[in-house]
Design a protein around this ligand. Structure first.
Ligand code: DX5
Ligand code: ZN
Length: 217
């Protein structure tokens, strides 16, 4: 069954607790988009949000670090025991060291690549990751349209995984909606991040249930 990680970047922060409560029974993670205004042209929020989310729900956190100094952020977020921490390939000079630290802190270590970064560059790290996050939009904002080339990237990554008998998970983030979710899962995606498609929907819980009901034959 596909896992679903709604991104609260698209939620209404004036009633965040209500937004989360409405969907918490149908989701696997809560995706936190951490933006520093340098790595991406936007600022979002910091660890304090993780603290308050922890107060209202037991749904595990999935932290997506869009920052130039991921190591520091990993430490700040570790007190909230995130289930997944994703760091950008483009932001890390010492990827092994960073992934080691994430694992030491008992989170799953994921590497993210931007839409323009080829899957090929991950070749020497695949044995070592818990997951790969493929960006299907340029990071920075919710509500952008899905970049079609991502289909091909999921397919090639999933073939490599099979050929090398690896079991890292494939997560897709950006422009994911009910209209492309089925295809993404069929091609090999294990975790879907959804921002506006969930939180801007009339009935967010229904959207989540539909995603969770996706079947691949
Ligand atoms: C983009 C973020 C995404 C975004 C997804 O920088 O990493 O997680 O919030 O939002 P949608 O699903 O609306 O594209
Ligand atoms: Zn994200």
């Amino acid at each position: 069954m596909v896992k679903l990680s709604p991104s609260i970047l698209a939620a209404d922060f004036s009633c965040l607790e209500r937004e989360i409560k409405a969907i918490e029974n149908y989701i696997d993670y809560i995706h936190l988009d951490i933006m520093d205004g340098h790595f991406v042209p936007n600022l979002s929020f910091g660890p304090v949000i993780a603290k308050y989310i922890k107060k209202v729900t037991d749904v595990p956190l999935d932290i997506h670090l869009m920052v130039t100094n991921p190591m520091e952020h990993i430490e700040w977020f570790s007190q909230y025991s995130p289930k997944i921490v994703s760091v950008h390939y483009e932001a890390c000079h010492n990827l092994y060291r960073i992934l080691n630290r994430i694992k030491e802190l008992e989170s799953k270590a994921f590497v993210v690549i931007n839409p323009h970064t080829p899957v090929l560059v991950l070749d020497d790290i695949l044995e070592y990751v818990d997951g790969i996050l493929l960006m299907s939009v340029n990071p920075g904002f919710s509500g952008q349209s899905f970049i079609e080339r991502t289909y091909h990237k999921i397919e090639s990554l999933s073939k490599i995984r099979e050929a090398r008998r690896l079991n890292f998970e494939i997560m897709v983030d950006g422009g994911v909606s009910l209209s492309n979710a089925q295809k993404l899962v069929e091609l090999g995606a294990d975790i879907l991040v959804m921002g506006s498609a969930v939180f801007r929907a009339e009935d967010p819980a229904q959207v989540c249930q539909k995603v969770k009901n996706i079947k691949v034959y």
